[in-house]
Design a protein around this ligand. Sequence first.
Ligand code: DGJ
Length: 306
Amino acid sequence: MSALINGALWMDREGNPIHAHGGCIIFYGGYYYWYGEDRRENYYVSCYRSKNLADWEFRNHILTTESRTEAYRVRTKIQLQNEDSKKVNLERPKVLYNEMTKKFVLWAHFENGKDYHDAAVGIATCDTPEGDFIYHGHFNPYGYMSRDCTLFKEDNGKAYFISAARDNADLHVYRLTDDYMNVECLVHRLWQGEYREAPAVVKLQEKYYMISSFCTGWAPNQGKYAVADSMEGNWSSLKEIGDETTFGSQAAFILKVNGQALYYGDRWGGNGEKYFTSGYVIYPLAEVDGKLEMSYCENIDISAYT
Ligand code: DGJ
């Protein structure tokens, strides 16, 4: 099976729905690893593995309410359940492999499960891509709010954390420390008052592109992108990409496969039980005459890329 129907809830090789929303894919040791939100039972983040981006094998619930916790040098609050013994929220998980520490480092948007006021980032690590991650707690980078987020890693290992601040009004870009366990510098406060969510970054032909959405809850809206010569350089103003709902999706991440950029998005079902009907989309991206363009397709033959 290599043709994926855009907007559908894709199945793993056992025929079970893939629970990996708002997540990311990394390539390591000959496999693609897909991490994403799994809101069932006591799970937070689940991990699937594939060699071809079409057949996905469930590997582990890498972060749950029962995950091992461990403090580290940064002062955080460690809370995998709230005061009412209910689940917290760990949304939009992103994972990078750190070559220096040989650890897989996960960053995710943390909320306490009761209200939406913590606006923090939670961090977890593991020695293997699909093992049980150790949770290190959440914090507000330099005291700022931090909601929808992503990570981006340069070829030289330098990494950045991008997250929505000031009740989503601004989008912050932070350079990470070499071990990816903290922010080192706030390098940008982008698009003040533009209310961007769901950021996703890719480097294509020496340019950096960032796609994001507007804030309309679970409803899709017009995606926009910006371009820069470097992560820390000047970012352009926002330009529209795709249609007025960016083809019925909100960005999760952008994957580079053999030099081609693939936009992965969520087609959210909505709140409560409807969340579990959420599907996935993949739309190819390309730079055409200095603009980033997204190609709409009803389904995608992923074998053409791998
Ligand atoms: C939009 C965000 O991008 C999603 O991750 C999710 O938090 C929804 N809002 C909730 O309404």
